[in-house]
Design a binder for this molecule. Sequence first.
Ligand SMILES: [Zn+2]
Length: 185
Amino acid sequence: MTTLKDKNPGNVTAPTMALKILKYPDPILQRPGEPVTEFDAGLRKLVADMFATTYASQGIGLAAPQVGVPKRITVIDLSLGKDPAQKLVLINPEVIFSEGKQYEEEGCLSFPDIREKVSRAAKVRIRAQDENGKWFEMDGDELLARAFQHEIDHLDGILFIFRMSALKRSLNLRKIRKMQSEGAW
Ligand SMILES: [Zn+2]
């Protein structure tokens, strides 16, 4: 057990904690997120908790609607918490340029045990605000481009299952229904 004093000496910020991740078909996951307008301590706490949630689940990205917060916030860390330089916070992000195609396997923390190939742009440029509200642009390709597109989709209420072919989608929905009926979802 760690106390607040041990973790943050002289700091009143509450300790970070892993949040509960909503699973499909929770309706919040399919609702577009609201733009963020307040860049305050509450936002920074949420972002810290979102990173903690991502690492606890061995994920590389998480969007706020997945933890029940219908706002345009996502965190990405391809290093799984090993390299602080790879921590990305995207507030109000949008794809402003994309090119090419890639077709690789994806998973989603709101769809445990489902992995499927999904078609995405090969390269994207995004525009987003950081935790202080400052706008920046960033390019990504390969896995980072997929993470950008997957997470920004979440903020528009679009889940990766809707990016699959109709056949793969129906096979995966059937698998989910089976897991639900067995209490394994
Ligand atoms: Zn996801």
